[in-house]
Design a protein around this ligand. Structure first.
Ligand code: PRX
Length: 649
């Protein structure tokens, strides 16, 4: 991984909020005396009641994480009200529709009114502090209003990505016992309609059978497509809003009151409800947004994520709005109507800061430079990357072609669990190395640990842990604190284990190498191999399945499934198609298998454990390096698997 170092760009250094000296100085302070450091920076948000206690955290025993615990604040107040005097007429959200002729601008004053009205609608239908509200929405401004309206009244939102299936949606509704859902008639992406209300209807039915009755479904009209209607349960968003008052006092929330739940996949079991709370989360999201993106007042900022993922929470809505920024929200996809769309949007809205995922960069790189060079992109000042490792080739293309060598790239490493960016360059403070997330943010103490738990010093490769708490950290797994402890704090005592492998070079730069557990990262979407396996075995022709990832040029990782069929069932191309369809239905299109190999047997140890190491190697077509197979119950299985591998080079 020898890549050219790109020195800090002069123009980045000139306007940077944080230069190299300040970074080093603040970083030193932040890890030496976190109480003092965060006591100062906690004040970047407004508090109704100031905190006197800053940090009260323990990674041992029962694990307890509290920040600013005796303070009181409100996230919606911080994202809207406090800006009104100075920038009420400034645009808060630029919305760019799927169709390039569809757009709209929402000022902070308008945002205030919309959010207050919706907050009153929620209250009038019985939503109270602490209640869980499920949001299953396309990328329309109402999704942001919904988040902020919940925050305003102290309800806890749980956003489910619009690409998830009714089953996946139902599972999340049931897990957090959410009886209020906000959705739209249909979503619109790349000219295609997504039946969100129909999916919600099905999900409500499934949830009902599993003991959770959804009381109300609030429906935004997006496409005016035909939908079914359940009187008494379903409500039209627009008529409800029209009746509601445009003023709603923000609830006084304790710093540790829950703000939102977001379900994410792990290596085992069902997706977990990651719980984030109020004060620390907002301090961390807003501070990282300001410094990592070097946000200056007036900048136009665009993060291309979906609000269904954590990136959309922290860096489309909460971080930028807490900073009084103008944030762009995009309903569409990168290649519609053409692969020039992103850069056309940049020119149209004069975007200065652009934040996307490597998978999009690779896909657009494959579509050819002309789509980029045909646009101006003069407004761009900074580029960002998130969600998966970025290969140096894609990095250089992003830097040279998209950024015309004028824009630093911030490769930001973080997770749903971390709430905000953890390892990333600050654009005016660090030299860049393509493929490296560079150095930790203030207050973040990364450690590399070997399999025995030994902390590795200097140049090394190991498992990435974080040694101490930071304000944006998740607080628990909703309803299952033991699972929180087991998942993150049991592998290495007293440390948060990220699940990622990582290398540190001689300059102290961090290079994330990807997950070391059974979590896949497909186009930046995270899913457990176990989830895909359980979707496959729920098909009546499947007896057993093992799923692994393999390197994929565009997606980063592809999904490779070994499937053992029920006795007497013949494998066929049609059956493969049927299984792909089945997984799409069970989880959603993002989990669609790329390769299916019918395998009469799977390599197992004598105790019955599937040897995934072998399956991964075969999926990568790297079977010469299988290593020791002598512990297998039936070594003959391997030859058969190699013979029928689907990724022959
Ligand atoms: O493996 C890491 C990868 O994405 C995982 C977290 O996924 P999720 O919770 O869905 O959050 C994604 C958006 C923050 C991590 O464990 N990952 C994320 N960012 C990077 C990355 N891998 C390498 N480089 C990154 N910049």
């Amino acid at each position: 991984m020898s890549a050219t170092t790109h020195k800090v760009l002069k123009q980045a250094r000139k306007r940077a909020l944080i230069d190299q000296e300040t970074y080093l100085d603040w970083y030193r302070q932040s890890v030496k005396n976190p109480e003092k450091f965060w006591n100062k920076h906690g004040k970047r948000i407004d508090w109704f009641k100031p905190y006197s206690k800053v940090k009260n955290t323990s990674f041992d025993g029962k694990v307890s994480i509290k920040w600013f615990e005796d303070g009181q604040t409100n996230v919606a107040y911080n994202c809207i009200d406090r800006h009104l005097k100075k920038r009420g007429d400034q645009v808060a959200i630029i919305w760019e529709g799927d169709n390039p002729y569809d757009d709209k601008k929402i000022t902070y004053n308008e945002l205030y009114e919309q959010v207050c009205r919706l907050a009153n609608v929620l209250k009038s239908h019985g939503v109270k502090k602490g209640d869980r509200v499920t949001i299953y929405m396309p990328m329309v401004p109402e999704a942001a209003y919904a988040m902020l309206a919940c925050a305003r009244i102290g309800a806890v939102h749980s956003i489910v990505f619009g690409g998830f299936s009714p089953d996946a949606l139902a599972g999340r509704i049931v897990d957090c016992e959410s009886d209020f859902v906000i959705t739209a008639d249909e979503g619109l992406r790349g000219g295609r309609k997504i039946p969100l209300k129909e999916n919600t209807d099905t999900a409500c039915e499934i949830a009902g059978r599993n003991g959770v009755k959804v009381r109300k479904v609030l429906v935004v009209r997006r496409t005016a497509g035909k939908i079914a209607w359940q009187e008494g349960r379903d409500l039209w968003y627009h008529s409800e809003i029209a009746k509601a008052k445009g003023e709603c006092a923000p609830a006084k929330m304790k710093a540790e009151d829950p703000l939102f739940l977001l379900y994410t996949s792990g290596s085992t079991g069902k997706p977990k409800g990651v719980l984030h709370t109020t004060g620390g989360y907002l301090v961390y999201a807003s501070m990282t947004h300001e410094y990592v993106f070097d946000y200056h007042p007036g900048d136009i900022y665009w993060c291309t994520a979906d609000v269904g993922w954590v990136t959309g929470h922290s860096y489309i809505v909460y971080g930028p709005l807490a900073n009084g920024a103008t944030t762009l929200m995009f309903e569409g996809v990168p290649n519609y109507p053409s692969p020039a769309r992103m850069w056309e949007v940049v020119d149209k809205h004069q975007v200065n800061i652009f934040y996307t995922a490597p998978t999009a960069i690779r896909a657009l790189m494959g579509a050819g430079d002309d789509h980029v060079t045909g646009t101006s992109r003069k407004s761009l000042r900074l580029l960002g990357s998130v969600g998966e490792p970025i290969n140096p080739e894609a990095w250089e293309w992003y830097y040279n072609v998209v950024g015309d060598k004028k824009c630093p790239i911030v490769d930001t490493w973080w997770q749903t669990e971390t709430g905000g960016i953890m390892i990333s360059p600050l654009p005016g403070a660090m030299d860049l190395k393509p493929g490296s997330a560079t150095l930790p943010f203030f207050g973040v103490k990364p450690e590399l640990v070997d399999a025995e738990g030994q902390v590795l010093e200097g140049e090394a490769a190991g498992n990435l842990c974080i040694a101490d708490s930071w304000p944006g950290q998740m607080r628990t797994v909703y309803g299952d604190h033991q699972r929180f402890i087991d998942t993150y704090f049991s592998a290495y005592k007293g440390k948060y284990f990220t699940g990622d492998g990582c290398r540190r070079d001689a300059d102290g730069y961090y290079w994330i190498t990807g997950r070391v557990d059974d979590v896949l990262n497909v186009s930046g979407h995270r899913m457990g191999t176990a989830e895909v396996e359980s979707a496959l075995v729920s098909h009546d022709k499947v007896s057993e399945a093992a799923v692994v990832g393999y390197p994929h040029d565009v997606k980063g990782q592809g999904i490779y499934c070994y499937v053992t069929l029920m006795a007497g069932v013949e494998g066929s191309e049609d059956l493969k198609k049927e299984l792909v369809k089945h997984v799409r239905q069970e989880i959603g299109p993002i989990a669609a298998p790329d390769k299916i190999q019918f395998s009469p047997g799977l390599p197992k140890t004598r105790s019955g454990k599937i040897m995934r190491r072998i399956l991964r190697k075969i999926a990568e077509d790297d079977y010469a390096a299988l290593g020791d197979t002598s512990t297998l119950a039936d070594p003959g299985v391997v030859e058969e698997l190699i013979e029928n591998r689907q990724n022959k080079k």
